[in-house]
Design a binder for this molecule. Structure first.
Ligand code: ADP
Length: 358
């Protein structure tokens, strides 16, 4: 091949490379080891200076586009020195923008790729700000719930104990109506106290300790122990075997199972002894727990509502409860990074599912 032939091949190759680079979404620049620009595509030119006249960049020193104080400038200088350092900078301020800069050593100089990541950085910062704000508001709400419920408890205790005293000390001459009213005051105060207690508990979730690996069979055992009275009374059968080791907040996880199992006992069908199965399916990233009962069931249109605090099903009003249990469960499962939901058939039974990440 003679030399003019060689030159034209070289030119052709350069044109092909330039047309590929010209359409690349990433800025590409090559320089010699002194920083003089040998080749630049439109995207890079656009980022460095709103000037698409590519020729005007050739032979200019790349350093002149960067502020001397910037990290990019310092690093680039390092790359031109004898050390010929390669580097990656992810979110470097560049005028009003942010750029991502990668520098690699090639045969006769440097290959620099430059990307405008301003939008990504702005979005990321916005998400960060938003998350911080949400976290702060959440913490404030929890503190508010804690303080109000804590402070409400005291006057309420007074109402309960004084209505008790009054009931005890009222003689038989007192009209039965008055006695009945006193009893209503006492019962309502007790119910309010239960609700406040539930709120307090709810605001305490997740403040206790670290996650630890525990045997969920043991947790179920201890829950069943504490529910022994209800189990005997309702003649319930409870089945579970080979439940896994899980990474959990022990107190909260215990309370989760306690709520679900006690609901499965509580919402039983009249005359039908509860049969409750506790199971856990080994999935790729988590354990899917299920608690199945043969109780009164829940209509489909109520599947979501029951997880909201203080929401109870109208049909179940005669069964004692505060409507806090499942809100509690949801918060606990959230804390573990999982989800909770229900599947049910009225008059046949319900299955509550929740997953615990591995
Ligand atoms: P509580 O039991 O104190 O009312 P929960 O928050 O635990 O509060 O439950 C909310 C409502 O969901 C209950 O009032 C009941 O109507 C319904 N529910 C919960 N668990 C079951 C279940 N296993 N079977 C049928 N209904 C249930």
């Amino acid at each position: 091949m003679n030399s003019s032939n060689h030159d034209s091949k070289h030119l052709e190759l350069k044109q092909i490379i330039m047309s590929i680079l010209g359409n690349a979404p990433m800025g590409v620049i090559t320089t010699n080891f002194h920083g003089s620009i040998l080749l630049i595509n439109e995207t890079a030119a656009e980022i460095l200076k709103k000037n698409t006249n590519l020729a005007s960049f050739i032979d200019k020193n790349i350093l002149t586009f960067f502020s001397k104080k910037s990290l990019s400038y310092q690093y680039l200088k390092g790359s031109f020195s004898k050390a010929k350092k390669e580097f990656d900078l992810d979110e470097e301020p560049f005028g009003q923008k942010f750029v991502k800069l990668n520098v690699r050593v090639i045969i006769n100089g440097l290959l620099i790729t430059i990307e405008d990541v301003t939008e990504q950085v702005r979005t990321k910062n916005e998400i960060k700000r938003y998350t911080k704000k949400l976290e702060r508001q959440n913490a404030e709400l929890e503190e508010f719930a804690y303080i109000t419920s804590h402070d409400l408890q005291e006057p309420l205790n007074n109402i309960i104990s004084f209505s008790n005293l009054l009931l005890k000390n009222t003689s038989n001459e007192v009209p039965p109506k008055i006695k009945e009213f006193l009893k209503i005051i006492k019962d309502s105060s007790k119910r309010m106290s239960d609700l406040i207690h539930g709120l307090l508990e709810l605001s305490r979730i997740g403040q206790t300790q670290e996650k630890q690996t525990s045997d969920s069979n043991k947790v179920v055992e201890s829950v069943l122990d504490s529910l022994n009275h209800q189990i005997q009374e309702s003649k319930a059968t409870i089945e579970y075997k080979n439940l896994p080791q899980v990474k959990i907040f022990p107190l909260e996880f215990n309370s989760l199972l306690q709520n679900l199992i006690s609901n499965a006992l509580k919402y039983r069908r009249a005359g039908v002894p509860p049969v409750i199965t506790i199971d856990a399916e080994n999935r790729e990233k988590d354990w899917l727990f299920s608690i199945t009962d043969n109780g009164i069931g829940i209509p489909v249109d109520q599947y979501e509502r029951i997880f909201i605090i203080f929401q109870r099903l109208f049909a179940h009003k005669e069964i004692a409860g505060t409507g806090i249990g499942l809100a509690h469960c949801k918060k606990i499962v959230d804390l573990h990074g999982g989800e909770i939901w229900v599947n049910s058939k009225p008059n046949q039974g319900s299955t509550f599912y929740f997953n615990i990440p591995k």
